[in-house]
Every structure is written in C-alpha cells, then in structure tokens.
Design a protein around this ligand. Structure first.
Ligand code: HEM
Length: 250
C-alpha cells in the first residue's frame, strides 16, 4: 500500500486559514535518484554523441574550443555510456530483488486494458465520447514510454559496445555488421532524443493536465487533484469509493 501523507498549506500568520491537502507517494527517493542519474547520463550522451556526428555545428563549440587537442566528445560519451549501462543493470537488479521494485514492475506490465484506454482516449480527443478514460497506477502512455526506454537502451548499449570494441567485434562478425550497427546507433539516437523532447516532455510538462509541470519526480508526491486527473482508479482504490482498479493487478 502506498504511503499517504497530509500536508498543511497556507501562508504563515493566516489564522485558521490552512487548507489540508492530501498527498500520495508516487516515487521514493531511491527511484527519483535513479531517474535523475539516468536523465543526466542521457543528456551527456545526446550532447556528446551528436557532437561526434556533427562536429561543425555551432552548438558543438565547447568541445572544439575548450579541448581541441583531446577527444573530449568520445571520452565523455564513453563515460556517460558506462554510467547509463551501470544504471540499467542496477535497475534490473532492483526489479528482481526489492519488493518495491517487483511491485512497480507488476504495475508496468502491459495489459489489454492499456490498448483499450489508448483507443478510448483517442475517441475522447476526437469528440466521439464525453467519457474520459480512467487510469490506475501507471497510464498507458507511461507504460509505453517505459518499454520504449528499455528497448532503446538495449539497442543503444548493444550497438554502442560494438562500436566501442570494434576490433573484438570484427573477430566475430563481418565489417558490414559494424556499419549496420553505426547506422542503427545514429537513427535510434535521433528517435530516442525526439521521443524525450516531444513525448516525455509533453506528458510531464506541456500537457494541460499537468502544466506547468508534474513535480512528483522532484517532491516524490502527487496531490489528490493530480491523482484525480491521471490516476483516478488508483485514487478510488485508496479512498475505498470503488472496488479494485480494473486495469491493474492486485
Ligand atoms: C548506452 C550506451 C551507449 C554506448 C556504449 C555508446 C557508444 C558509442 C560509441 C563508442 C560511439 C562512437 C564514438 C566515436 O566515434 O568516438 C558512439 C557514437 C554515437 N553515439 Fe553512442 N553510445 C551509447 C548511447 C548513446 C545514446 C543514448 C545516444 C543519443 C541518444 C548516442 C548517440 C550517439 C551518436 C549520435 C553517435 C555518432 C554516430 C556516428 O558517428 O554515426 N549514443 N556511441
């Protein structure tokens, strides 16, 4: 069961004018540290990776100006890739050994209901129905994003390690495979960067449901209003107003 806390809001000095707002634990500190380390390593990978591909671009100037003699881009890219792979392995271990990790993973499993939710959301956005779909612990887009991240990390790490250890790879596969890995690495890098910029940032920053931002990855908590907006089934489960969320396992 998630922890729920009550927080008093209201300005100091205002007599008896405090409103009590309910907050629900969304991310533990440990999960938030994992997220921000991943975000940090990803930003460095994107910046150094595209600077390797487009060294003449204006935004690649720090690499050229600050360390013209050293391969700063390649070194940074490999350092961030090491952190990124270590985080992925750590995350896998956490999913296996920790009860909280196993619980979160069960919530992440894709179910038929997620695809129904997606279609119903499309119908709602097209004005075909007035009923907004109601979501449980993870919405369908959060699940899709998570699985895209897992898939993308496997592709980037595999192709990246092939490029990193080119000589060892060449002993196992023909040169054409390395060339293919280079193309896949570049195109998946473009896809991954765009999906963070467009997809992830829409849902956590620009979506009218959360604008100006979903702060839960900083504070760890979602307010009752935010829960009502995106996790109504889970909220009703906590508040006992309904039976069990239909699209989530118990
Ligand atoms: C996570 C594991 C990753 C590993 C092990 C890895 C490794 C590498 C290596 C060894 C290179 C060649 C560097 C050089 O020429 O000096 C490279 C190139 C590159 N990487 Fe990564 N990388 C990873 C993830 C990423 C990610 C997440 C992105 C961006 C989203 C990215 C974007 C790029 C780009 C754009 C290039 C240049 C491609 C080219 O030269 O055609 N990489 N990577």
């Amino acid at each position: 069961m998630e922890k729920v806390r009550e927080k008093k809001t209201g300005r100091k000095g205002q007599k008896q004018r405090h409103t009590k707002r309910m907050y629900y634990l969304r991310w533990t500190r440990h999960e938030r540290i994992q997220h921000w380390l991943l975000a940090g390593s990803f930003i460095v990978l994107v910046f150094s990776g595209f600077a390797l591909e487009y060294p003449e671009s204006w935004w690649a100037w720090p690499f050229i100006t600050l360390a013209p003699a050293v391969d700063l881009r390649g070194t940074l890219h490999r350092a961030a890739a090491t952190l990124n792979i270590a985080l992925a392995l750590y995350h896998l271990l956490w999913l296996i050994i920790s009860p909280r990790g196993r619980g979160q993973f069960r919530f992440m499993i894709l179910r038929k209901q997620d695809f129904r939710d997606m279609l119903n959301m499309l119908r709602y956005n097209l004005g075909k129905t007035t009923q907004h779909p109601r979501f449980g612990h993870f919405t369908y887009w959060e699940k899709f994003e998570y699985w895209a991240l897992i898939w993308g990390t496997i592709i980037m790490a595999t192709t990246g390690l092939m490029l990193w250890f080119e000589n060892a790879t060449l002993r196992l596969v023909p040169l054409k495979v390395i060339e293919l890995a280079t193309v896949i690495h570049l195109y998946e890098a473009i896809l991954a960067s765009l999906s963070i910029l467009v997809w992830h940032f829409y849902f956590v920053i620009f979506s009218p449901a959360v604008y100006p931002m979903n702060f839960s990855m900083i504070t760890g908590y979602l307010s009752r209003e935010e829960m009502l907006e995106e996790h109504e089934l889970e909220l009703s489960f906590y508040e006992n107003t309904e039976p069990i969320p239909t699209n989530e396992p118990r």
